[in-house]
Ligand binder design. Structure first.
Ligand SMILES: Cc1cc2nc3c(=O)[nH]c(=O)nc-3n(C[C@H](O)[C@H](O)[C@H](O)COP(=O)(O)OP(=O)(O)OC[C@H]3O[C@@H](n4cnc5c(N)ncnc54)[C@H](O)[C@@H]3O)c2cc1C
Length: 325
């Protein structure tokens, strides 16, 4: 049986990471369990390269930098952060503690649980090319993550979506060349403005083409298109859609509303000892925004602290906790 934690947070998105910081700051032994290989949730997955203007204190921070900052903030209190683990069940034992079980059957013990798992898990649609496993690990990517890794590299973006246009434009000026390969005649869900920007850019667009084969001794060097054209590449970024697996909160014994968990301002769920924060929560006028998740994280941790010790303060000041640092 695993070590007992005070708080186990399901989900390492921006909400889960900030929850981990706040929980550690309140001196609670804290663990985060995240399904993806990396933390950051939707911000890392969908828009790491974009600038965010509506998080307090950060005017125009990129998604990547925001995640790095909130991850550093979490690490300040040294929580245990596990990735590549999907929680599939939560069981309450007779003594009131919880056992969380992941998809491989590994169990985590905790006195409380904070659900910060958004709407569920995402997996990218993989690129279907014969020998892609050889290059998958190092040269084929499904999220843009850290633009600078493409500096002076030849990059091909494979996508029929506006996301592909965004990625191609974000890498223009960083990569030495950008080819955008679209299997159809047009881009889906695009605005006129995106197409105008694409046309004005140095990105080479290939319509009605898919990747037929990949070439390169060890490292990736070239790809071949249906029409026989050879494109020199070091990295391929693929966005061909998402598979979303919604969280089964009802199977965890939690009340649900529109697939999310209804709560009051204390972030308590219908199950004593389980709390919620971020996009997973629903209440009147709830906004699904990064800042709302941070606020709910504090409320959820404060409720968990009170649940664990009814004499704990309802709120704390970091300036008092860290006054000698
Ligand atoms: C395109 C787009 C643009 C946006 N722009 C803005 C913006 O400009 N400003 C703003 O404030 N907000 C914006 N948002 C909203 C913002 O991204 C979300 O509100 C925020 O990311 C929610 O964070 P979260 O941590 O609650 O959930 P998520 O980011 O969804 O994180 C949940 C995490 O839980 C993990 N998880 C799920 N189930 C399990 C499980 N069973 N076991 C383990 N791990 C699990 C997931 O893998 C994920 O990493 C935008 C959203 C999108 C999609």
């Amino acid at each position: 049986m695993s070590e007992m934690y005070d708080v186990t947070i399901i989900g390492g998105g921006t909400t889960g990471l900030y929850t981990a910081f706040y929980s550690g700051m309140r001196d609670l032994k804290t663990k985060v369990v995240e399904y993806q290989p990396q933390v950051g949730g939707k911000v890392s997955f969908f828009y790491p390269e974009k600038k965010i203007y509506d998080v307090g204190g950060f005017l125009g921070v990129t998604g990547e930098d925001l995640v790095t900052n909130v991850e550093e903030q979490a690490e300040f209190v040294q929580p245990t952060i596990l990735t590549n683990e999907k929680i599939i069940s939560i069981d309450k034992k007779d003594d009131g503690t919880f056992v969380l079980t992941n998809a491989e059957g590994v169990e985590h013990q905790s006195r409380t649980v904070i659900v910060a798992s958004g709407m569920g898990t995402f997996d990218m649609e993989p690129m279907d090319v014969e020998n892609n496993e050889k290059y998958e690990q190092d040269y084929i990517h499904y999220t843009i993550q850290r633009k600078q890794q493409y500096k002076d590299k030849r990059v091909a973006v494979v996508s029929q979506s506006r996301v592909g246009i965004d990625w191609a434009l974000a890498l223009e000026g960083i990569a030495s060349s950008v080819d955008l390969i679209n299997g159809g005649e047009m881009f889906k869900a695009t605005y006129e403005h995106d197409l105008e920007q694409l046309e004005a850019s140095s990105v080479s667009v290939h319509y009605n083409q898919s990747v037929k084969s990949l070439v390169g001794e060890d490292a990736l060097q070239q790809l071949t298109l249906d029409n026989g054209e050879v494109v020199n590449v070091d990295h391929i970024l693929v966005y061909e859609g998402l598979n979303i697996e919604k969280s089964m909160y009802d199977q965890w014994g939690l009340a649900t509303e529109k697939g999310r968990i209804p709560v009051g301002t204390d972030m308590c769920t219908n199950e004593e000892g389980i709390f919620v924060a971020g996009d997973a929560a629903i209440y009147p006028n709830k906004t699904m925004l990064i800042g709302s998740g941070f606020n709910e994280a504090m409320a959820a941790v404060n409720s968990a602290a009170k649940y664990l010790n009814p004499k704990a303060s309802a709120q704390v000041y970091s300036t008092v906790i860290y006054k000698y640092e």
